[in-house]
Design a protein around this ligand. Structure first.
Ligand code: TRP
Length: 457
């Protein structure tokens, strides 16, 4: 595969892959989940899942991608020709199309909110007012779709420039900016009076809050946050060179992703406690970053000149950056598949996929307004897509990757891939294969059945 692009530098590869992992999942979903599931105790369980299942499944994707230098469908086809395994890859590509469509809708909201922050629209608002701004905005039939299209266009232009010149370069610039912005915001948030209570909430585990739901949620969140299950990581690993240390890379990426998620807690909870919000209250829900936080920012920083203005601006721009480094990874997997398997130019492939995604995303966006009455299994179009992808397709994809690498692939091949043909020392290979064979699939299936109410824990 001489003409295939690869990541140019080690740091570029890490930042691009971490860019996929770090996204709305870290800054939006993680604090909500932490708030609803008991703070530090949830974080401990979450980190347990990252170590026990997340990193092994990530390695399974890496092995498949780097060994075949191919998109997930091509990878399954190459390693298990004339078997139905390629369908597992198809599932990932299909789910990616759905994810790209609805995730980019929310990414679009962050563009509008950055704009609102820049024009100082949150200044002097009331709690009711912030709610109205949000409801009016998301139910509008035009503006959210325009914002969503902007996200799709940025994503498209990064992806068509290719892996090295597009994805890697973009991530090399954006990820450090993201980290610096976050650290500054955390600094502001923890220096507020009363921030100690927020910190205590994040650092002092209360295990009485842990129940089966907490565990199921932590596992689902760890999958979503690490971008597992769809083949995004398999596709990125297909651009790794032979010298890349897969285990070190996976651990570094998981560490960055978890660090950003926890930082996001440090950015949000101290400010919330300072303002007197209860972390377990109904204020923590999916509208957290668009309704509750403008309130919190206003109350916490509104009186401080410049900071009152800059904090929300930086926060929402940060969200755009985090989400676009994720959407490019999701578009990339589909573009890689279409362009490699059907021999279509990347640019053409990307235009086609973006157009389909815009249609799907438009339906999602409209389901917050005019199409809100259309319910399938009592869910709106947006909710249905999110439910299908996050709760069913992601875990299912994860099971396929771990079973394929754990059972179907020859152990020597897996070992050779993980040790770079014996050049690296790998002390835990047995444990890893054991996890991929037994622990990961069983745990994921239990959780999947639980989510589908087939098995009630
Ligand atoms: N991990 C990203 C986030 O936390 C979202 C994401 C990007 C993703 N690519 C993915 C989730 C692939 C699952 C699969 O926001």
């Amino acid at each position: 595969m001489a003409n295939r692009d690869i990541f140019k530098s080690k740091i570029g590869l890490i930042l691009a892959t971490a860019g996929s992992a770090v996204g709305l999942g870290n800054i939006w979903r993680f604090p909500i989940e932490t708030g609803q599931n008991g703070g530090a105790a949830y974080i401990i369980i979450y980190v347990g899942f990252i170590l026990l299942i997340g990193i092994p499944v990530m390695l399974a994707e890496f092995v498949l991608g780097r060994h075949t230098h191919s998109n997930p469908i091509g990878a399954y086809r190459r390693l298990a020709p004339r078997t139905p395994w390629f369908l597992a890859g198809c599932l990932g590509v299909f789910a990616s199309l759905l994810l790209l469509s609805y995730y980019s809708v929310v990414a679009g909201w962050t563009i509008e909110y950055s704009y609102l922050a820049i024009i100082n629209a949150f200044d002097g608002g009331t709690p009711e007012g912030y709610k109205d701004i949000f409801n009016e905005f998301v139910s509008d039939p035009i503006i959210p779709i325009l914002c969503f299209v902007v996200v799709m266009l940025i994503t498209h232009f990064v992806v068509v420039r290719g892996v090295q010149k597009g994805i890697e370069k973009f991530s090399m610039v954006m990820m450090p900016i993201l980290l610096v912005m976050m650290i500054i915001l955390v600094g502001c948030s923890v220096s507020l009076s009363g921030a100690g209570k927020g910190l205590e909430y994040l650092l002092n585990p209360d295990f009485s809050k842990i129940n089966n739901t907490t565990i199921v949620n932590a596992m689902g969140q760890s999958f979503f946050s690490l971008s597992l299950g769809l083949g995004v990581l398999c596709t990125y690993a297909s651009y790794f060179d032979e010298k890349t240390n897969l285990i070190k890379s996976a651990s570094t990426i998981a560490a960055i992703d978890t660090f950003v998620a926890v930082l996001s807690g440090f950015m949000i909870f101290p400010a919330m406690f300072h303002v007197g919000f209860d972390a377990n209250s109904s204020e923590i829900g999916s509208s957290l970053i668009f309704v509750t936080l403008p309130n919190v920012f206003h109350a916490a920083f509104g009186g401080i000149p410049i900071l009152g203005y800059l904090f929300p601006v930086v926060f929402y721009v940060l969200l755009i950056v985090a989400s676009v480094t994720s959407t490019i990874s999701v578009l990339e997997i589909i573009v890689a598949f279409v362009s490699e398997e059907y021999k279509i130019k990347r640019q053409k492939a990307s235009i086609g996929i973006v157009l389909i995604s815009i249609v799907l995303g438009a339906f999602c966006s409209l389901s917050f307004g005019v199409l809100g009455d259309i319910k399938i299994f009592e869910l709106t179009i947006f909710e249905l897509m999110d439910y299908m992808v996050s709760n069913i397709l992601l875990p299912l994809g994860g099971v396929f990757f771990s079973v394929f690498v754990g059972w179907k692939l020859k152990r020597q091949l897996v070992e050779a891939e993980l040790t770079n043909n014996g050049h690296l020392h790998l002390p835990f290979v047995r444990v890893l294969i054991f996890i991929l064979r037994y622990i990961a699939p069983v745990a994921i299936i239990i959780i999947l059945f639980n989510q589908l109410n087939i098995l009630k824990l």
